[in-house]
Design a protein around this ligand. Structure first.
Ligand code: NI
Length: 254
């Protein structure tokens, strides 16, 4: 069975057929899912989904793009949400310098604050980091993020940064990009990182793997990602599923 460590089934892209899409994913071999919060509202929706479907767990946290209006009251609410029995992580949190909105100081402030929250809640974190490798590593280090660890999701950097993330105790989240023709950098990372430090994810409804690239993504496409990891590593898809499943269970405790 495949462990889906990063999906957004609460997204409006699934409004019309959520039950059906989840059923298809389970039929495709996905045995467990973590629905990831990206805003205060979607964190609540993630908890709802986790209480609706037995195969689901939730992460609560606010994505860098959505952090402009956060305040301390929100941090209290997230801490309270994190005590829900179905919540297994804080996220997604991080830095996005590709969009560069809101400004970097605001992103950094709430990234640091939500790392503290993860430490306080004693939960691993799901980190979103785009075009911000150096600041991400510095902040993770300074805030002692490695003491709870987590996933650098949709990993987009090279082998050197991957090595530093592993040294800090993080897992590398591998998704649809690994199937792209121009996904060479991620393929190299997958080749160099030991399988026991890789977890599988889709980030659906975004980032659909080949042959569905450009369409709505869903967790039912995880087998394409597993197969590509297996091809790169020269091992069976079953072995990839078994090891990455165990990795996710070790991290989330579920
Ligand atoms: Ni995401």
């Amino acid at each position: 069975m495949i462990y889906e460590t990063h999906t957004h089934f609460d997204d409006k892209a699934f409004e019309a057929d959520r039950d059906e899409a989840i059923k298809k994913a389970i039929e495709a071999g996905v045995g467990r899912f973590v629905n990831i919060g990206a805003s205060m509202a979607s964190s609540l929706r993630s908890i709802d989904i986790a209480h609706t479907y037995p195969e689901f767990y939730a992460a609560v946290g606010v994505h860098p793009e959505d952090c402009r209006d956060l305040d301390e009251g929100d941090m209290e609410k997230l801490l309270e949400m994190s005590s829900d029995e179905k919540v297994v992580a804080i996220g997604e949190i991080g830095l996005d310098y590709y969009w560069d909105e809101p400004e970097r100081d605001i992103q950094k402030k709430w990234f640091r604050r939500q790392i503290k929250l993860a430490l306080e809640a004693d939960l691993p974190m799901i980190v979103h980091s785009r075009d911000a490798a150096s600041d991400t590593l510095t902040i993770l280090e300074e805030e002692d993020a490695g003491s709870v660890g987590g996933i650098i999701h949709c990993f987009s950097y090279g082998k050197e940064v991957a090595r530093q993330c592993l040294d800090m105790g993080f897992y590398i989240g591998v998704g649809g990009v690994v199937t792209f023709k121009n996904g060479r950098k991620l393929k190299e990372v997958v080749e160099s990182v030991p399988l026991d430090r890789i977890v599988t994810e889709t980030d659906s409804p975004y980032m659909a793997p080949v042959p569905h690239r450009g369409k709505r993504n869903s967790s039912e496409y995880l087998p394409f990602i597993v197969e590509e990891i297996a091809r790169i590593k020269g091992i069976s898809a079953e072995e990839v599923e078994k090891v990455t499943w165990a990795n996710a269970v070790a991290l989330f405790g579920k």
